[in-house]
Design a protein around this ligand. Structure first.
Ligand code: GCU
Length: 359
C-alpha cells in the first residue's frame, strides 16, 4: 500500500543522478550527496555562506537548576565586510558530567527555560543544550540588512542567495564549531532540533553538516520533512510558503510556487543527506498544515539512502500513520502524537529516549 501511495507522488528518483543510476554507498557519497546538496542549495534555501570565525566570550549565569547544571551565556561576535554582529546564546550542561551528548536548539525566543525548551527535563536526561533565538541571528522577516544577513548580503539579494533558514542553520553550525572545543562534550553525540520553521532549519543543518549525529525536526512540514508533490488539500503547499514566507528561501525557489512538479528534487532528497546518521521526525495529529502523511512518506522514500549503508533506515508498517504511532526502531524515526502544533515535553521525551537507545 505504501508503495502505491509513493507512486502517486511521482517523486524524483533519489538514486538517478544526471541520468545515471547509483547503487553503492561510495557512489552515493561521491556523486549522489554532492549533487543533491548543490541542487537543494541552488533551488531552495540558497548558497551556503562563507565561513567566518567569530570571537567568543562567555559569562556564567548564577541560575543553576537546583545545582544540577552550569549555565553559560556565550556571545558570538562576527566581523565581516567591515561590519560586526553579536549573537547571544545559552549553553547549559549537567554539572561534573563527562561525555555529555548535546542538543543545539534553535528557538523562537531566548528564554531559559522556554515553553518549547524544558531545560531541566533535558538536563535530568543527561543531555546538555545549546540554544539560540532565530531573531538574534537575523530577523524572521524580509529585512536582509540586519544581523548576519546585514554582514553577508546587506539587503542585496541575488537569485541564488540564501534565505533566512540558511542563516539560522549557519549559526547552528558555528555553535557546533564551539562545542567541538569543549572537553566535556561528547563530539559523537551532538544533534540539532527546532520546531516548525526551525524544524526545517534543524533538518537542513544536519543534512549539510555531517558533524551532527542526529536531527529532530519537530512539526517541520512544508519545505521541511514533508514531500511537496501531492500535498494533501489542507496541507501547506510550496505556493503558500513562497507567497507568505519568500524570505525563508532563496529567490530561486519562487519559480516552483505554481509548478511543484518541476522541482528537480523533493524533500526526501534533503532527508537522505542525513544518512547514515539519525533523524527522528515529530508530527502532531491536529497539525494538518504540516501534512503528516507527506512527512511520513518522506521518511519512507529517504530510507533507501540508509539501506546503502546496510542499515534499515525507516522501520514502519505498510500503512499511513495514525495518532499514537511511534516508529523509532530504525535510524529514521517518525511519531505522531495527539494535539496541536507545538514543541511539547512529550516530543522532547520521545526524541531523547530514541537517541539514547541508539547512541
Ligand atoms: C507557518 C508556516 C509553516 C511554518 C510555521 C511555523 O504556519 O506556514 O511553514 O512551519 O508557520 O514556523 O510556525
Amino acid at each position: 500500500m505504501i508503495v502505491e501511495e509513493l507512486k502517486k507522488r511521482k517523486l524524483p528518483d533519489l538514486f538517478c543522478i544526471e541520468g545515471k543510476q547509483i547503487t553503492t554507498k561510495d557512489e552515493w557519497e561521491n556523486k549522489g550527496r554532492p549533487y543533491w546538496k548543490s541542487v537543494i542549495q541552488n533551488e531552495e534555501y540558497g548558497k551556503i555562506l562563507p565561513l567566518v570565525q567569530p570571537e567568543i566570550s562567555t559569562k556564567i549565569n548564577s541560575v543553576n537548576f537546583a545545582g544540577k547544571a552550569t549555565w553559560e551565556e556565550v556571545s558570538f561576535k562576527f566581523c565581516y565586510n567591515n561590519k560586526q554582529h553579536t549573537v547571544p546564546t545559552n549553553l547549559i550542561y549537567p554539572k561534573n558530567a563527562e561525555n555529555v551528548p548535546f542538543f543545539i536548539y534553535i528557538n523562537f525566543r531566548s528564554d531559559i527555560p522556554d515553553r518549547y525548551l524544558p531545560v531541566e527535563e533535558i538536563i535530568d536526561n543527561g543531555f546538555g543544550v545549546f540554544s539560540v533565538c532565530h531573531n538574534d541571528i537575523s530577523t524572521d522577516n524580509g529585512d536582509f540588512t540586519n544581523g548576519l544577513a546585514g554582514l553577508f548580503q546587506d539587503g542585496d539579494r541575488k537569485e541564488k542567495d540564501c534565505g533566512k533558514i540558511m542563516y539560522w542553520s549557519y549559526m547552528a553550525s558555528r555553535m557546533m564549531d564551539y562545542l567541538q572545543t569543549l572537553p566535556y562534550v561528547d563530539k559523537n553525540r551532538i544533534g540539532v532540533s527546532g520546531h516548525s520553521r526551525l524544524g526545517k532549519t534543524a533538518l537542513l543543518t544536519a543534512a549539510f553538516d555531517e558533524r551532527f549525529a542526529f536531527s529532530c525536526p519537530n512539526n517541520s512540514g512544508c519545505s521541511g520533512v514533508a514531500i511537496s508533490r501531492g500535498c494533501c488539500d489542507k496541507g501547506e503547499k510550496v505556493s503558500d510558503i513562497c507567497r507568505t514566507f519568500p524570505y525563508w528561501f532563496s529567490p530561486s525557489y519562487q519559480k516552483y510556487a505554481n509548478e511543484v512538479e518541476k522541482l528537480p528534487f523533493d524533500q526526501h532528497c534533503l532527508m537522505a543527506l542525513v544518512a547514515p546518521r539519525i533523524v527522528i521526525v515529530g508530527g502532531a495529529e491536529q497539525d494538518v498544515w504540516a501534512d503528516n502523511d507527506s512527512q511520513f512518506l518522506s521518511c519512507v522514500a529517504a530510507s533507501k539512502a540508509w539501506n546503502l549503508y546496510g542499515k534499515d533506515g525507516f522501520i514502519s508498517p505498510d500503512r499511513l500513520p495514525v495518532c499514537g504511532d511511534k516508529f523509532t526502531d530504525g535510524d529514521v524515526g517518525f511519531f505522531l502524537r495527539a494535539g496541536t502544533h507545538y514543541h511539547s515535553r512529550e516530543d522532547w521525551n520521545t526524541y531523547m529516549s530514541a537517541i539514547k537507545s541508539k547512541l
